[in-house]
Design a protein around this ligand. Structure first.
Ligand SMILES: Cc1cc2nc3c(=O)[nH]c(=O)nc-3n(C[C@H](O)[C@H](O)[C@H](O)COP(=O)(O)O)c2cc1C
Length: 184
């Protein structure tokens, strides 16, 4: 199979998530096209056997590039195995209300675009204190303090569960393979 992974990222963690998924898919013997939606051109869903979208949450929203991509291609996305991977910090929270909010982001995307992703994975992202400017660092530290997260701004903190991501990808490949070769 040939799988499209189309991603948006602001700080780079979702690129890392997308690259890891690409490595897992290639190791399983399939081909991947990895497309950063900041560089449009070849991310045309109809050309692929299956599609994985990956995007972070910033200020309670997916990046505009991902929303526009889904709006533009939703008919094609509805016709093939397709999943969305949402990268957020709220999914890592000890607070059940925060986690529920994170789990609801694909629903908000469905309301906004008319495309409801059937297959969903939530990955915890990263706090990149060393890369933020002064204001972002202050804001994220404040949010972390409120939610019991790490407040040591002298280093970055990564929360992504790579084993869970690998398992999600393998499960998705099984679904995609069934759709590509349906039983007679
Ligand atoms: C300015 C800013 C706003 C953020 N807003 C949210 C948010 O509303 N909800 C959330 O769960 N995570 C939020 N995050 C955390 C990001 O989702 C997390 O850092 C993720 O790893 C970013 O992915 P990226 O590096 O691909 O952009 C925010 C991060 C930043 C820097």
């Amino acid at each position: 199979m040939i799988i499209l992974i189309a991603y948006a990222t602001v700080e780079g963690q979702t690129r890392k998530v997308a690259t890891r998924m690409a490595d897992t898919i290639e190791a399983a013997g399939h081909q991947v096209v990895l497309a950063d939606l900041a560089e449009p051109g070849f991310a045309i869903p109809a050309r692929y056997d299956a599609v994985i979208l990956a995007a972070p949450i910033h200020l309670h929203r997916y990046p505009g590039a991902m929303v526009r991509f889904v709006q533009n291609w939703k008919s094609a996305l509805m016709e093939k195995p397709c999943a969305i991977v949402t990268v957020s910090l709220a999914i890592h929270s000890d607070n059940a209300v925060e986690r529920a909010e994170a789990e609801a982001y694909p629903e908000l995307l469905a309301v906004e675009t008319g495309w409801a992703p059937a297959i969903r994975h939530h990955a915890a992202g990263a706090l990149k204190y060393l890369e933020y400017d002064f204001f972002k660092r202050w804001m994220l530290r404040r949010i972390a303090a409120k939610e019991g997260g790490p407040v040591d701004t002298s280093r970055d903190h990564e929360f992504t569960d790579w084993a869970a991501l690998d398992k999600f990808v393998m499960d998705f490949l099984a679904v995609a393979a069934k759709a590509a070769h349906p039983a007679p």
